[in-house]
Design a protein around this ligand. Sequence first.
Ligand code: GDP
Ligand code: MG
Length: 181
Amino acid sequence: MQNNHNKEHLYKILVIGDLGVGKTSIIKRYVHHNYSPNYRATIGVDFALKVLNWDQETVRLQLWDIAGQERFGNMTRVYYREAKGAFIVFDVTRPASFEAITKWKEDLDSKLTLANGKPVATVLLANKCDQGRDVLTNNGIKMEQFCQENGFVGWYETSAKENINIDEAANCLVKHIIASE
Ligand code: GDP
Ligand code: MG
């Protein structure tokens, strides 16, 4: 029997962070289930669509991949417009990419808020965790505190290469987006 109450949600999700941290690789892994070690900087804007069954509802995530402009460290308002959530990504092997996180978060929050004036749900991704333990995130309590102080709803150590925690991170983001609606 058809359920006429089956709701559909379409969410624009931003994937931001410094060049080379693995944004494109994470999206490819999540949406297309593959990974390529060959570095290819994206040119233009890339979109990918991920469809999730969420309870009795359908969630469509439209993932926006920054394409080369990340080297400037800030984006235009137009790019951020109407996004409902974001991943901010750093590379656990590159401390500078972690230091850039707060800059990305400030840029995002200064240019985008939900209709109710609140910042959009943002999840922090510590990517390339397959490269070994990293000095920044091996203390879970500190990262929890960092997230609270900087307005992240959660954080995950991820690997696009080994397919670690990407689904979990996306589910966390969706959960917070739905809860805030
Ligand atoms: P972007 O500029 O943020 O989109 O980064 P890319 O997705 O293009 O990745 C930059 C480089 O890091 C590429 O050579 C990727 O193969 C590599 N890379 C991305 N994710 C991972 C990962 O989880 N582990 C490892 N070891 N390498 C990764
Ligand atoms: Mg890219």
